[in-house]
Design a binder for this molecule. Sequence first.
Ligand code: MIC
Ligand code: SF4
Length: 650
Amino acid sequence: MGYSLTYKILKEHLVEGELQPGNEIGIRIDQTLTQDATGTMAYLQFEAMNIPSVKTELSVSYVDHNTLQMGFENADDHKYLQTMNSNFGIYYSGAGNGICHQVHLERFGKPGATLLGSDSHTPTGGGIGMIAIGAGGLDVAAAMGGGPFYITAPEVINIILTGKLRPWVSAKDIILKVLDILTTKGNVGCIVEYTGPGIKNLTVPERATITNMGAELGVTTSIFPSDGETKKFLDAQSRGGSWKELLPDEDAIYDRTIEIDLSELEPLVACPHSPDNIKKISELKGMKIDQVAIGSCTNSSYKDLKTVAEIVKGKKVDPEISFIVAPGSKQVFEMIARDGALADIISSGARIMEPACGFCIGAGQAPVTGGISLRTNNRNFEGRSGTKSGQIYLLSPESAALSALRGELVDPLDYPENDYPSISIPDKFIIDDSLIIPPSDKKTEIVRGPNIGDPPYTEPLNDSIKGIIGLKVGDKITTDHIMPAGPRLKYRSNIPEYSRFVFENVDPDFSERTLNNKEKGIYTAIIGGVSYGQGSSREHAAICPMYLGVRLVIVKSFERIHSGNLVNFGIVPLTFTNEDDYDKIKPGDAFEISGLIDMIGKSNSIKIDIAGRAYDFDLFATDRQRGILIDGGLLNYTKNLLHSGMRRPR
Ligand code: MIC
Ligand code: SF4
């Protein structure tokens, strides 16, 4: 009985637990990455662990989210990151060097290694055969300290790709098809492994588009084998030494198998407001549009932008739309600048943005009221673009560029096959790591401007809690609903200030009301539906509610990263034992729990009295997470373990 590639890599990194689907396992983490919007908190927490230097093989800190620096706040964060990183053995990739996932793939990723990143799109690294997982910043801090990362040993979904894509159909259409099949719900605890004869026709940037947006499935990660294409990519990055061949065994066992014939795919689009709301472009063609934005960590490689350049070369975009292009990294930017592709894009009427997250996280380029925006990124949650009424459609760079020229959504298959620009991976990329500051041997001063707060303090778990149901929400609540980004991003290092915006677009009074209640000793519980907490890894969606006095979140189902973040910050995650109870509980109902610590310590069943009636709920936590809840959060728990010698850092 052979192993999948996923299980081969997990086996090599296993440090705790038994590698059987469904078991909790601890794995060794070789590399970590952070970005500035989650990184400041992660490093403040790392500092609080009192460990002199990172214990990983490689840790990199990127600045790519808050690069606008409107006011001192972001600049303060960046200076803190740069000075802190140099003292603790961490590489610092500054603003302008590119989006973390793109740069990590280009310059640091290594087949067969494990990567933990404080960003949900860390699975991009699966494009070169890594087990690359997104997590909350505190989990990443613990991994930097040498602690294992805990996951449920996954069920592996094998997607067998056969055939070859037709001209005008590309990697984005493959992952949109996968989202159509698997949807964004019900895949927690799975890893997607791609195999089959079709993968040899996919270059590394194409594979990375697929593993990147695999995050929207809610899976732990996605992975491609490391083969000749991977070698070609790493050789072109002058990193051929990092390559090794990694394939699943021929008789590998998978829990589920799906086959996709690439030659049958056609251009697809994810319609508002969910990445799994998939339609064929042919069904929607002719729709007038207001904006086209090409870039983000999903589709901003050299291959993507060179394809766009060839499509718009010598032509002009519809002057009534706004056409935005953002390269994924300095490497991509410099290459399209030097080979003339950038000039073709500019001449067509594009507005060029710096290599950063930008429009993808609502940092600029918000569409007009009710505007239709075609974008190549991975998320189209309501309001994320910065315009609540904005209608965001996700599609390939090819479909986006052709549509920009016409001012309406067009079906690329209506264009001649021979016009399709077929771009391959260059033999050599331009290598210039001058914006990456390596760690220093000397200890220097860490600069902490006024925007750098203290790491969040988690109160110990109360044995008895009285409170009210502060909010009741429906299905698919994303972390963008809980903790909006865009213009609020600059408060990521200032918890009291950022907490003012919790659920801002869902219930504008939530924050003030909840904090007032806490001051009177009344805590808050939130009721939700399925897939609560999907999307971003931002642990602020747990930290800020915790700060306001939220102690319980009771839902029909959770997404992995968010439920882990709730535990890490001492909020008890519960699911309905009887889903019918969802309808019985009302906002404003009073609740009361007694003997909570005992219940968490002993069983998974938690009894709560709500509006005078007794309800049963299931604790959504592993044995280890119960310990974390009782210790009052992961920081306390990790400090206790690392310093009591129960678990030695490597
Ligand atoms: C996102 O795409 O939502 C983000 C912004 O990259 C987040 C991280 C964050 O909120 O800082 C993510 O994907 O984890
Ligand atoms: Fe940045 Fe968007 Fe990628 Fe998140 S999804 S890392 S905001 S580019």
